[in-house]
Structures are given as C-alpha cells and as structure tokens.
Design a protein. Structure first.
Lengths: 110, 112
C-alpha cells in the first residue's frame, strides 16, 4: 500500500541533544512537508521541499534542519537550538489536490 | 498571502444533530480548499476537497462542504452527528504548488 511512514512514533530527547525524525513516502510525490502541532495552535509549517536536493524554510524553521537527498525521504533534525521541542510532528507529501499525512511522531524533552 | 480562519475552537453537538464547522479563507488566487479530520495521536485524514469544480463537495463519512466565493467561506456540514465523529477538524487552503496553510482547528464533541 502507498503511504507515508514516520518513525519513531514516540521519541524522548534530553536537553542539549539533537534528534532526527524519519519520514519516508512511496507515493512518488515531489513535494514533502514537515509540520509541528501544538494544542490550540493548529499546524505550523517547519520546512518543505518541492524537489530533491532543494528545500525552503517554513514559518518556524529556527532550531530545525532537513535534508532531501532522495525523493522518498525527508528527515527532520531537531537541534539543541530548538528551545521548546516538545510537540507532535507531522510529515506530509502532496499533489496539488491534497496532502497525505504520516501518523506523526510525538517528541518529548526529558 | 493565503490564510484560513476557523470560527470556534470547540463545538459540541448532540448525537443526531446537525454538525456545522465554519471556515473562512483569504486567497489572492482561486483557492484549493480542504477539510481534514484528526483523531487523537494520529495523522490527518482528508475528508473532502474543493478544486474549482462543483461548489458543493461531498466527502467521506457523510460530510459535505459548500464553497461560497462571495462569502470566502467553506463550511463543513453533516446532517446527523455520530459519536464516532468526535475529533479535531482542520480547514486548509493551498497554492498551486500544493503548500498547505491550516486553520487553528475545531474540536468537535458529540454528546449522547
């Protein structure tokens, strides 16, 4: 079945540590996105990529980094510069007629 | 710039009652509009989409939405609520390249 796979489902990070969230898609979509979800704030765009080896900052890119070396993969690194990383992270890939989402990764700072 | 406003962060209805979730958009170009549903600790699932064809759009689970250009609205409705409809609902607008802008979300509660 085609879809988007995010891993891990739950992730715990210590203060000052970098962590990487995985996102893989087999839908052959060119565009991929990372969103952050906090209660009462909807979904906010972190980074997006329209094509391999190219990506753009979204509204809240500070403290995050991404790479797009393959069409299928768009990993997100939450760096130690992100002061409040505890949130639910969603990856999506899109065509112009709608986005498909992964099941999300819940990141908690311990 | 495109934006979406969802009116009401929480909506509560009784089982069997009409569901109405409000969404207004701002877009300088003809928009693509979407409604998504999210159950706890899950990703978003597409309910329905408007892509400049029919103004009344039917989606999954008995939901539908009407695009009204004069009111810049895309409200979501369902004639009769079920307990299983309790979830969070997001309205979104996209540009021609597919970048989605989301509203703040509306949490729907269904009372027995």
């Amino acid at each position: 079945d085609g879809g988007i796979t995010q891993s891990p489902k739950y992730l715990f990070r210590k203060e000052g540590q970098n962590v990487t969230l995985s996102c893989e898609q087999n839908l052959n979509h060119d565009a991929m996105y990372w969103y952050r979800q906090d209660p009462g704030q909807g979904l906010r765009l972190i980074y997006y990529s329209q094509i391999v080896n190219d990506f753009q900052k979204g509204d809240i890119a500070e403290g995050y980094s991404v790479s797009r070396e393959k069409k299928e993969s768009f990993p997100l690194t939450v760096t130690s510069a992100q002061k409040n990383p505890t949130a639910f992270y969603l990856c999506a890939s899109t065509l112009t007629n709608g986005a498909f989402f992964g099941q999300g990764t819940r990141l908690t700072v311990v | 710039a495109q934006s979406v406003t969802q009116l009401g962060s929480h909506v509560s209805v009784s089982e069997g009652a009409l569901v109405l979730l409000r969404c207004n958009y701002s877009s300088s170009v003809p928009p693509y509009l979407f409604w998504y549903v999210q159950y706890p600790n899950q990703g978003l699932q597409l309910l329905l989409k408007y892509t400049s064809a029919a103004t009344l759009v039917k989606g999954i689970n008995g939901f539908e939405a009407e695009f009204k250009k004069s009111e810049t609205s895309f409200h979501l409705t369902k004639p009769s609520a079920h307990m299983s409809d309790a979830a969070e609902y997001f309205c979104a607008v996209s540009d021609l390249r597919g970048k989605l802008i989301f509203g703040q979300g509306t949490e729907l509660s269904v009372k027995p």
